[in-house]
Ligand binder design. Structure first.
Ligand code: CP
Ligand code: NVA
Length: 301
């Protein structure tokens, strides 16, 4: 059977995604007992990072270790990838030696090309277009604090970036409504909006997105690889801060999320970031649990 991959949320069915979230919650509740993970000993993950990371690297590496396996950190700087070895050749070789591969890179086509030549499951640890692992953690966090996300209203405030586009896929797979507030010129991909018309909409005023929302989410204004655009983006997004004003018009029990790293005073106010009741730190921790459940699913599927 060909390996199952997790390049976007659309690679798993809604029922499979629900099962991964349920398993993540169970693993978190009893990490040494029923939630210990069943991947078997000596399983190895190869992790290719072409961009920086704190959470993704640590959560995958710790998760593999906790389940009895091992993770290898591979940087293009000191592998032949950085010297031009084709991604397809790297995929054939790596997948003959390890059991699962995680890739964080730029163009989404790179993970697709790798997966096409890989004998083992490939996990997208963030591309310019998608960050599906973060959405597993975000949905887990919502479910833990507020119950099912099905039928809820979600507001995305800010850039139509990889996180926003993953929220669009999540709206489809987890069955919620999504309102995206972004400045003109910073919309998510038109094909994704087209595929989710009726469920996902774009507005200009962040208050219109936040009104009545059960979940508000945001992310940096300039993603990795867009550093040169930082100043222009700061001007374009000045009115798109996730702050008290937006939370005040949301549903009374609304929660808010940020994938991190965050810039206080830019895309999120310091007040919300440092609020004692914020669930953002749970969201970060849930990367570990959600990905352990994902690895277990992919290795036993
Ligand atoms: N949220 C997230 O992916 O964080 P890192 O960039 O630190 O991995
Ligand atoms: N949109 C951000 C997410 C970081 C986790 C980026 O791609 O840099």
């Amino acid at each position: 059977m060909p390996a199952r991959h997790f390049l976007t949320l659309l690679d798993l069915s809604p029922a499979e995604l629900d099962a991964v979230i349920r398993r993540a919650i169970a693993m978190k509740a009893d990490p040494r007992g029923a939630g210990a993970g069943t991947i078997g000993r000596d399983r190895v993950m190869g992790m290719i990072f072409e961009k920086s990371s704190t959470r993704t690297r640590v959560s995958f590496e710790a998760g593999m270790a906790q389940m009895g396996g091992h993770a290898l950190f591979l940087s293009p700087r000191d592998t032949q990838l950085g010297r031009g070895e084709p991604i397809e050749d790297t995929a054939r070789v790596l997948s003959s030696m390890v059991d699962v591969v995680m890739i964080r890179t730029f163009a989404h086509a790179i993970v697709e090309r790798f997966a096409a030549c890989s004998r083992v499951p490939v996990i997208n640890g963030l591309t310019d277009d998608f960050h599906p692992c973060q959405l597993l953690a975000d949905v887990q966090t919502f479910v833990e604090h507020r119950g099912s996300i099905r039928g809820r209203q979600v507001a995305w405030i800010g850039d139509g970036n990889n996180m926003c586009q993953s929220y669009i896929n999540a709206a489809r797979q987890f069955d919620f409504e999504l309102r995206i507030a972004c400045p003109e010129g910073y919309e998510p991909r038109a094909d994704l909006l087209h595929a989710t018309a009726g469920r996902v909409s774009v507005v200009r005023d962040p208050l219109d997105a936040a009104r009545g929302a059960h979940l508000l989410a945001t992310d940096v204004w300039a993603s990795m690889g867009q550093e040169a655009e930082q100043e222009r983006r700061a001007r374009a997004f000045a009115a798109y801060q996730l702050d008290r004003r937006l939370l005040d018009v949301a549903a009374p029990d609304a929660i808010y999320l940020h994938c991190l790293p965050a810039h206080r005073g830019e895309e999120i106010s310091a007040e919300l970031m440092d609020a004692p009741d914020t669930v953002i730190w749970d969201e970060a921790e849930n990367r570990l649990h959600a990905q352990k459940a994902l690895i277990e699913f992919l290795l036993t599927a």
